[in-house]
Design a protein around this ligand. Structure first.
Ligand code: SAM
Length: 282
């Protein structure tokens, strides 16, 4: 249960590059809290200095989060207000803070979001891929086999998929995505958002692979990869229907006509069905 005097935990988003993206509420909150818990206090220093914010700080990163959260909860229970920030963007989004928020909520602490930049949402907002449904996949595993396995689990995903990726893995991730999702699947690479060398490239996966293989200079920086989901209708009809439809039509019609009609009904390519029909007739 929350004690009478408990303070508030503010989860504060900070810029992902351009410092002008900080919100007025973020500045006001960072100025009024008693303490700031930052992913890396050295990394946070220039940002805080830029906005003339001076506060006692403590670090909370992936390696010490569980140990640090006990200390932060103590401060909160004693009535102090604490702001949680990460190196960039929204805390907890591929950044530390989840355990702290979970425990603070379980203990009835008041938790207030101060929303702002997030690379995944910034990339999605300009990608031109469907936004009605999407899934945030964070970072793929570093090892290539585990990465491929993870992508294979997404083979039938119909929502737009958002991945964070390190620059030195950009090309190999795009290659594996092409292998798993096919040459023609639409994808977007959003790089260095809000910064000087911001670029957003939207192309089928095969073209993205060729482009980044050719230009190692463009593999640098911070990267979000977005992949369009599978077309639900197309995938259903292509997976189960074409052969069945072709069989029915072949029993009634000449081969060429059956293949053409089956193609119109199922969306499968005519030459694929024609070859299939030829094999069946042999
Ligand atoms: N919490 C952050 C957020 O809200 O987006 C994400 C932190 S995660 C440790 C860092 C990753 O986010 C980078 O490796 C990159 O994939 C992505 N990212 C962060 N800033 C970016 C930017 N300016 N442009 C593109 N991607 C960015």
């Amino acid at each position: 249960m929350q004690s009478e005097k408990a303070g508030t935990l503010y989860v504060v988003a900070t810029p992902i590059g351009n410092l002008d993206d900080i919100t007025l509420r973020a500045i006001e909150t960072l100025k009024k809290v008693d303490r700031i818990a930052a992913e890396d206090t050295r990394h946070a220093a220039p940002l805080l200095k830029h906005f003339s914010i001076e506060k006692p700080m403590l670090s909370i990163h992936d390696f010490n989060e569980r140990e640090r959260l006990a200390i932060i909860l103590e401060y909160l229970h004693e009535g102090e207000s604490v702001a949680l920030i990460s190196d960039a963007g929204t805390p907890l989004i591929s950044d530390p803070g989840f355990h702290l928020v979970r425990y603070a909520r379980a203990e009835g602490i008041n938790i207030v979001p101060i929303p702002g930049p997030c690379a995944a949402i910034a990339a999605l907002s300009v990608a031109g891929l469907p936004t009605d449904k999407f899934t945030f996949e964070g970072f793929l595993p570093a090892k290539s086999e585990a990465r491929k396995n993870r992508l294979e689990l997404l083979l039938h995903e119909s929502r737009t998929m958002i991945f964070y990726e390190a620059p030195h893995r950009l090309v190999s991730s795009l290659q594996t995505m092409r292998e798993v999702f096919g040459d023609m699947r639409n994808a977007v690479v959003a790089r260095e958002l809000t910064k000087l060398y911001e670029s957003v490239l939207a192309m089928p996966l095969s073209k993205l692979v060729a482009r980044y293989e050719e230009k190692p200079n463009e593999q640098r920086g911070e990267i979000v990869i977005l992949v369009e989901g599978i077309d639900e209708e197309e995938s259903e009809t292509k997976e189960v229907m074409p052969e069945k439809v072709l069989d029915i039509l072949l029993s009634e019609l000449p081969l060429k006509q059956a293949a053409a009609l089956a193609s119109k009904i199922t969306g499968e390519r005519k030459n694929v069905l024609y070859e299939m029909a030829l094999t069946k007739k042999k």
